[in-house]
Write a protein that binds this ligand. Structure first.
Ligand code: AMP
Ligand code: MG
Length: 436
């Protein structure tokens, strides 16, 4: 029997906030953010490629080389609405003295009949329709009198003019897309054009998210004294989807060893990544840390960052990575950005794992603890001059959800900096939505 589950309301020996705001300059057991990220990425393997239909493959990376079975275009066709002609027949045409040709038929897009066309003749042809045998050019409607039985042509056509040659886009057997290509609308169009309806891709990792904490309740339950509605699982599921994963919230687990281990075990088979929030600090009821440390496959570390100092990472079952993030919402999101997002992107096969940063002028100053990389929530503005400026959204407290919701970026204050001076340049990570 786990004693912690019987008395979840007992006060912690110290407040959660002080765990993260205390100075850590003299603590030589902390890992740097970069060291922790490197060790996390080291523990992230790739997922076996799968075959998906085109629209399910959107945003993913191709895991096969694709060749065209037939040429693109697959037949010579007209680039314009006009008249298919033999260029030599139009050699002497001019506006003053047009060449007149007999029109022997119409060729519409999709026409099957490819009747030949002898000298001195023309056929009315539509964009995309096959060039009749014997013709070698299309003279656009604009350069004719648009005649039906006979057509007057006002200028000479060049041989090959307005003809889209079979194979000029892609020859039969040529490489269409290589493994590693990112599949956006342009690439999906090419795949469809060459007749592929399914492709082998690096799949979206399946991320399972669970919130730990005996104080947590679901939305819909009016929190009584001491209870807190679980917001982390929504935030982390959204962040995981935004990073390119498929995400499932599996709800709340109280601070209870057995319940936690059972729940994790039950999810292992369907997960490519497990994420827990809460329970990784030094408190008496930090059950995630207690229960998973015992397994010996998950390591709990303290990282020189603020917020997000306590971090757990390791593997469960058959090498399924598990991230144990701190419970304070801001700590959780910053930890996700620092470690989980790059890991998900690695699983997706992306080359760039980190978000892009921009430099912005700080509109206000703030102190920052030495020896830790601080991530402050910010509001990034684009100035009329083209540069950026940034103000802070809320204080350093990692429980400040309303300020988090107003923010659109993280301001990164380096380990060695002890303050941000108003007017100086700072590094900012814009938290752009991916619209996936
Ligand atoms: P812990 O990391 O478990 O010590 O939790 C730190 C703080 O975050 C406590 O105030 C918790 O109530 C809060 N917290 C933990 N998990 C969640 C959650 N899923 N949603 C909202 N707040 C949470
Ligand atoms: Mg907790």
């Amino acid at each position: 029997m786990n004693p912690t589950s019987e008395d979840p309301g007992r006060p912690r020996p110290w407040p959660a906030e002080s765990k993260e705001t205390s100075s850590v300059a003299d603590d030589d057991r902390l890992r740097t953010v970069d060291e922790h990220l490197a060790s996390v990425l080291d523990g992230i393997g790739s997922i076996d490629p799968i075959e998906l239909t085109l629209l399910d493959a959107q945003g993913l990376l191709l895991a096969e080389d694709i060749r065209a079975d037939f040429p693109l275009p697959s037949f010579d066709n007209s680039a314009m609405d006009g008249y298919a002609v033999r260029a030599t027949d139009t050699r002497d045409a001019s506006g003053d003295d047009p060449v007149r040709l007999q029109v022997v038929g119409d060729v519409a897009a999709g026409a099957k009949l490819r009747s030949g066309m002898g000298p001195g003749l023309a056929m009315r042809i539509m964009t995309g329709a096959p060039i009749p045998a014997g013709a070698d050019a299309v003279i656009p409607l604009e350069d004719t009198d648009r005649g039906v039985a006979r057509v007057a042509i006002n200028r000479p056509a060049r041989s090959g003019e307005c003809v889209r040659r079979s194979g000029e886009d892609l020859a039969a057997g040529a490489g269409a897309l290589g493994a590693g290509a990112a599949l956006g609308p342009q690439q999906l169009a090419l795949l469809a054009a060459i007749g592929r309806d399914r492709v082998v891709v690096r799949p979206r990792p399946r991320v399972i998210i669970l919130s730990t904490g005996s104080e947590l309740v679901e939305i819909g339950h009016t929190p009584s004294f001491g209870e807190v509605i679980d917001s982390n699982s929504y935030m982390i599921a959204a962040a995981a989807k935004d990073a390119g994963a498929d995400a499932w919230r599996i709800g709340i687990v109280p601070d209870d060893h057995a319940r936690l281990l059972d729940t994790l075990e039950s999810q292992l088979l369907r997960a490519d990544v497990l994420i827990t929030t809460g329970g990784v600090s030094m408190g008496a009821f930090d059950v995630v840390k207690e229960a998973l440390s015992e397994l010996g496959t998950v390591e709990f570390t303290r990282v020189a960052m603020q917020p997000g100092k306590p971090q757990g990472f390791g593997h469960l079952g058959d090498k399924v990575p598990i991230f144990c993030l701190p419970g304070n919402p801001v700590s959780s999101l910053v930890s996700f950005e620092a470690f989980v997002r790059p890991a998900i992107r690695k699983m997706l096969g992306k080359r760039s794992l980190q978000r892009a940063t921009v430099q912005a002028v700080a509109l206000e100053g703030a102190p920052s603890p030495r020896g830790v990389r601080q991530y402050r929530r910010g509001i990034l503005h684009r100035e009329a001059t083209g540069g950026y400026s940034v103000s802070f959204s809320g204080g350093a407290g990692s429980h400040l959800l309303a300020a988090l919701a107003l923010s659109n970026c993280l301001v990164v204050i380096a380990e060695e900096d002890t303050e941000v001076i108003a007017g100086s340049e700072v590094t900012v990570i814009p938290l752009l939505l991916s619209n996936r």
